[in-house]
Design a protein. Structure first.
Length: 490
């Protein structure tokens, strides 16, 4: 049995068995791996009430499939609270028409035990998604169709897995193994693959089928799931300047004037992120017309005009829109979606950006250099110990004037400064750094004894990137340092 047929058979059997489990709140579906078969048993109150046997390879196939559906980021996307994942113990979401049901899986070497069904209305989950009304309408339409195939693109293997879990939570469609299986599919099905926009899979389809326009393709979609800036601690900042040099096309002036990043707080466990941002694009109208033009060898720009007419864009473009609203950081976007198809680029600038970036002084260092301005010898010694033990090169100075002189000569990757110091205080140091063309982009962390919210605003308003109380825990200080270094160090 080929891999696609095995996957289709495995998921069909699983859904049939889970439909029996669904109304049995205390029921347990046990899938056992035996030498010559896979056995499905449904138990309630310790008694077997259903049993079925299948190909021995079904067990491994289902084990892999369930693991693919169990990423906590997907449940977070839907606003569903899932039991924290532990080894061999996780939750997944699977759709059954109007309902999506969450199941607990307890996994051992010889069996999967599936229990604890929790029901959610599919329309409620879709409404909770961080998508525009247009995208929500597209998802509702496509997950409700009784026939046809949806192709789902994602930029890497991790995102492909998340996309598979996402669609399984919303659609009864059977997953296909790869694009070459589309021609043999019947009923409702979907296939996931790695690509950076919804148009690319339609070109790929032509490579495996000479007549793609004859296939029953309902839509081609692209998704990417990225960490959302924590709303509790997001602040106006500047993006990583070195990352900006790798932009595929120029952005308009003022694009980053209100740029936001999460600085880390107790609510987000100092990560700076809480929740999920969903990037999405879809070609759900004119698919046959686009495939016909691809078959006929039409120019990319002609095909792309059709795609834009139907509201589809590159994931990178959708990411930029999310950045403008403050929910996504530029660094998070570039970690996953950092390229744009050449056809899309031509719409922005006519040619691909081929600017070469020269190495900066940061790239010639083995590790980041931190400059500390602190007049209290004991506090300075503590900071030096904490920072050097964390693996950073550290230079200690006694006041703002000395710190500025050292900064001009050494070009540090981060400046940590006290506020109250002789000769030049912390505020004056920040002002001097921001007015110096060689230092103006250097991240600055102010160390303060104040917990006043108004004072916090003043510290950020004078040009500091972040602040930290002197009494803060070591791990919190190091987390703030780590986040600010992303602005100048890769």
């Amino acid at each position: 049995m080929n891999e696609n047929k095995l996957l289709e058979q495995s998921v069909t059997i699983l859904r049939a068995a889970l439909k029996r489990l669904t109304p049995l709140e205390c029921g347990v579906l046990i899938i056992s791996r035996l030498k010559d078969k896979t056995k499905f048993q449904l138990q309630q109150g310790g008694s077997d009430i259903y049993e079925e046997q299948a190909d021995p390879a079904v067990y491994e196939c289902l084990s892999n499939y369930l693991n693919d559906l169990s990423d906590p980021q997907i449940t977070e996307l839907f606003g569903v609270t899932a039991t924290p994942r532990s080894e061999g113990n996780f939750r997944f979401l699977l759709n059954f028409g109007k309902e999506t049901i969450s199941y607990m899986v307890r996994q051992s070497d010889m069996r999967l035990s599936i229990s604890d069904p929790i029901k959610y209305r599919k329309d409620t989950l879709i409404e909770a998604l961080p998508l525009s009304q247009l995208r929500k309408s597209q998802v509702i339409n496509l997950t409700s169709r009784p026939q046809g195939i949806v192709i789902i693109a994602a930029p890497n293997e991790k995102q492909e897995k998340l996309s598979r879990a996402f669609w399984s939570a919303l659609s009864e469609a059977i997953p296909l193994y790869d694009l070459s299986s589309v021609a043999e599919a019947s009923g409702t099905a979907f296939v996931t693959l790695q690509a950076i926009d919804p148009l690319d899979p339609l070109f790929m389809l032509k490579e495996v089928n000479n007549n793609p326009s004859k296939l029953s393709i309902n839509a081609s979609m692209a998704f990417s799931f990225l960490p959302k800036n924590c709303a509790a601690c997001s602040r106006v900042s500047t993006p990583d300047q070195r990352s900006l040099k790798g932009l595929p096309y120029p952005l308009p002036d003022g694009f980053f004037d209100n740029y936001q990043i999460g600085r880390g707080c107790t609510r987000c466990n100092e990560k700076g992120y809480a929740g999920v941002v969903c990037l999405a694009s879809a070609i759900d109208k004119g698919v046959k017309e686009i495939l016909t033009k691809i078959e006929a060898g039409a120019k990319d720009t002609e095909i792309l005009d059709l795609v834009y007419d139907h509201g589809a864009i590159a994931l990178f473009e959708d990411g930029l829109e999310k950045i403008k609203t403050g929910v996504l950081s530029f660094e998070s976007l570039l970690k996953v979606v950092n390229t744009v198809p050449e056809a899309y680029l031509k719409r922005h600038q006519g040619t691909v950006n081929t600017v070469k970036n020269e190495p900066t002084y940061h790239e010639r260092r083995e590790k980041p250099l931190l400059l500390v301005a602190e007049d209290d010898p004991d506090q300075a010694s503590i900071l030096e110990l904490v920072l050097t033990s964390a693996g950073y090169d550290t230079v200690i100075t006694r006041n703002g004037r000395e710190a500025f002189a050292v900064a001009k000569g050494r070009l540090p990757d981060l400046i940590l400064t006290d506020l109250m110091m002789p000769e030049m205080d912390g505020s004056a140091l920040v002002k001097a750094v921001r007015e110096d063309k060689d230092l103006e982009k250097t991240p600055i962390l102010i160390l303060t004894v104040s917990t006043d919210k108004e004072k916090e605003f003043q510290l950020l308003d004078i040009g500091a990137d972040d602040y930290c109380e002197k009494t803060v825990q070591r791990k919190v200080l190091l987390k703030r340092v780590e986040k600010l270094l992303r602005l100048s160090w890769v």
